[in-house]
Write a protein that binds this ligand. Structure first.
Ligand code: GSH
Length: 225
């Protein structure tokens, strides 16, 4: 089994989508060979029919998109602990919330740091592609840090209220919903040097528990903290 993932300077894994997948694989007890891809060698993904990571190759199966990978793992490794616990529809909604609301805010917060840890040869591509998507330069993003932080903290309110009542987003134990939201926090941890959560935020206790899972999978990654 192989996992193609984005690898930036010093082998840093920053992609929230790759992080989701790495947590899902660990939940299923799987430890694939990791294949690092840089922005300039995305043609190595051509076999998958698209140009984004993560891509999982399992025997003859080639799966791209972190949600599709989670669904594949749930079906193909149904004998291992469940990612969805019978609530796949609700997990999809969390996935969509994370993509649009959480990562929408974190995109503003993490883009400057992602630029900084992108290899020099890829910096022009990174800045240009973000400019084409948003009309903003990396310096524009830097100037928006306070607003981005406020938006990120506010976006997390439903998660905050959930975690005030139960230890994990999925309930008593971590599952896909937790890995999905944690993907965003791993992006921040690996690219943003500031403090995302205010002191005393219950989301922080959860984040610390998530960092410890799977023998410190998240905690041991090269980070800005
Ligand atoms: N919906 C996809 C999104 C994948 C995605 O956008 N991956 C980013 C990494 S964070 C990527 O490959 N970016 C390449 C680029 O920006 O050129 C998923 O959930 O896997």
């Amino acid at each position: 089994m192989k996992l193609y993932e984005l690898s930036l300077s010093q082998g840093r894994t920053v992609s929230p989508f790759v992080w989701r997948t790495r947590f899902c694989l660990a939940h299923k007890g799987l430890n694939p060979e990791r294949v690092p891809i840089s922005y300039h060698d995305k043609d190595q993904l051509a076999f998958s029919g698209q140009d984004r990571v993560p891509v999982l190759v399992d025997g003859d199966e080639v799966i791209s998109d972190s949600w599709k990978i989670a669904c594949y793992l749930e079906d193909a490794y149904s004998f291992a602990p469940s990612l969805f616990e019978g609530a796949q529809g609700t997990a999809l909604m969390i996935n969509k919330w994370a993509d649009h609301v959480q990562l929408g805010a974190m995109f503003l917060l993490c883009s400057p740091g992602t630029y900084d840890v992108t290899q020099d040869e890829d910096k022009p591509y990174f800045a240009q592609s973000r400019y084409e998507w948003t009309g903003k330069t990396i310096d524009d993003f830097r100037a928006m840090e306070d607003e981005a932080l406020k938006r990120t903290r506010s976006a997390l309110e439903p998660i905050r209220q959930t975690l005030a009542e139960q230890p994990f987003i999925a309930g008593d134990a971590p599952a896909f919903a937790d890995y999905c939201v944690m993907g965003g926090f791993m992006w921040a941890r690996t690219t943003y040097a500031g403090q995302v959560l205010e002191d005393g935020d219950p989301v922080e206790d959860w984040r610390q528990r998530m960092l410890d899972l799977f023998e410190g999978l998240g905690r041991n990654a090269l980070s800005m903290e």
